[in-house]
Design a protein around this ligand. Structure first.
Ligand code: HEM
Length: 430
């Protein structure tokens, strides 16, 4: 197995071989239909397709299937990992009567499952067989704790102030049923079955300890769909993610991750190396958007639709010339353009790493698509990331007319677990 380091995340390209031939996998599938779970177990006990040690007659997994993201690392996976094609984002609430002990046992179970599935192995108990034949497919599972988790577990004195509820914004149309939650799980993978398998396994692991509060499903472009890797596009058709902070920038870690052993009360040290995730379901009013001309759409963002280049010229990565005036004496990048208003230089340096999924949950009763952006952004402190930028966008972003924030969550995402550790152990047992 070769390992390459991509930003903070170790991505190992698995050299595992697919067990057996397509015929053998097909036979397993047929047997499953007839005899159910037991045979799944025995088939899996021999080693699942793609498992280490799978021996003869194997065919190689494609790079997409074979790519593996490390579970044990300084940072949790799914933050700086490249965007995956499929995503599930869920919040759980601890069951009535469940407290710190049950939460610790649940995090231990979840971590064990996540570690195994991210390595392309089967779930520790009663694997469903859903991901048979597939490799790890860049699966990542990321866990976070919401504000309410700390009361439920008697740990309120260890809750960082950075987790204080987000302020209300004037344009918010939030559904409390689809907001917040004690625990947050983000699943990403480049294969839909691998992602669903992880979701199903984690839901079963929750058992009596926690119940799903809400679930959202998203997607991004599949690897290999474009001739070369490119910045993603969202459902408005814009190139989205261009001016994200880059791991190669010297202040990247400081902006995105809580410093380990840094300033702050000792009781919050468990978050050292962690990050805060803001999650917003942002509906796009696509019928309204699509009525606008290309030129109007580009004015809303301040960048061209085709290449993502600033309206002041150049290529996608050219600097936005915010002071440049057009022949009419007005700024070329309009005063209310989204990219201008959200830029760090307009917000006292506030910055965040945006790592979203698109969503499409069918057509609403009014005939409009229930579609948009599962906006997920990462920062060391929401008060120096999402909050000031959203305050400003809320007041005067040209994009506001075409979007609606429908749900919201803020989660403390602890650092990656060390070998033998589970996620959140330093909080729950520290
Ligand atoms: C559906 C909602 C949204 C859409 C469609 C959208 C789209 C875009 C696009 C196309 C860009 C320009 C390319 C780029 O640099 O990525 C951009 C930039 C940006 N957006 Fe958004 N955005 C949305 C919501 C938000 C929200 C809620 C925030 C934060 C509160 C935000 C923060 C930013 C930031 C910080 C930039 C980079 C600005 C810069 O440094 O140039 N966006 N967005």
């Amino acid at each position: 197995m070769t390992s390459v380091t991509e930003s903070n995340t170790d991505i190992a390209i698995s050299r595992r071989k697919l067990l057996g031939t397509v015929g053998a996998a097909g036979a397993t599938g047929l047997a499953l239909g007839g005899t159910g779970g037991a045979l799944v177990q025995s088939a899996l006990a021999e080693g699942p397709p793609g498992a280490a040690g799978a021996s003869s007659g194997g065919t190689r997994l494609s790079a997409v299937g074979a790519t593996q993201v490390a579970f044990h690392a300084d940072r949790q996976a799914g933050i700086t990992t490249p965007l995956q094609a499929k995503g599930h984002v869920l919040a759980f609430d601890l069951a009535p009567g469940a407290g710190r002990k049950e939460a610790a046992a649940l995090m231990r179970r979840w971590s064990d499952t996540a570690r195994r599935l991210m390595a392309g192995e089967t779930a520790p108990t009663a694997d469903t067989g859903i991901a048979l034949d597939a490799g790890p497919s860049s699966l990542t599972v990321t866990f976070g704790f919401g504000h309410s988790f700390f009361e439920r577990t008697g740990l309120a004195d260890r809750r960082p102030t950075a987790l204080d509820p987000l302020p209300e914004f004037s344009a918010d149309r939030l559904d409390p049923q689809r907001s917040n939650g004690d625990l947050w799980v983000q699943i990403g993978a480049d294969d839909g079955l691998v992602a669903f398998h992880a979701l199903r396994s984690l839901q079963k692991d929750a058992g009596e300890a926690a119940r799903v509060r809400w679930q959202m499903n998203g997607f991004n472009r599949s690897p290999g769909a474009t001739a070369a890797p490119m910045t993603a596009r969202n459902l408005m058709g814009q190139v989205d993610g261009t001016n994200n902070p880059k791991p190669s920038q010297p202040d990247f870690d400081k902006r995105i991750f809580v410093p380990a052993g840094g300033p702050g009360p000792a009781e919050h040290a468990w978050m050292g190396g962690g990050s805060y995730a803001v999650v917003r379901r942002i509906r796009m009013l696509l019928d309204e958007w699509d009525k606008r001309s290309l030129a109007q759409q580009e004015q809303v963002i301040g960048r061209t639709k085709a290449t993502g280049a600033p309206l002041t010229g150049g290529t996608e990565t050219s600097r936005m010339e915010l002071d440049k005036l057009g022949p009419d004496g007005k700024p070329v990048i309009p005063a209310n353009a989204h990219a201008r208003i959200s830029a760090p230089e307009q917000n006292g340096g506030a910055a965040m790493l945006r790592r979203p999924f698109s969503f499409h949950d069918g057509i609403s009763a009014d005939g409009a698509p229930d579609a948009g952006l599962l906006f997920i952004c990462w920062q060391a402190d929401p008060l120096r990331g999402f909050v000031p930028v959203q305050r400003k966008l809320d007041r005067g972003d040209a994009l506001s007319e075409f979007i609606r924030h429908e749900s919201s969550g803020l989660y403390a995402v602890p650092p990656g677990p060390r070998a033998g550790e589970y996620v959140g152990q330093r909080l729950l047992e520290g």
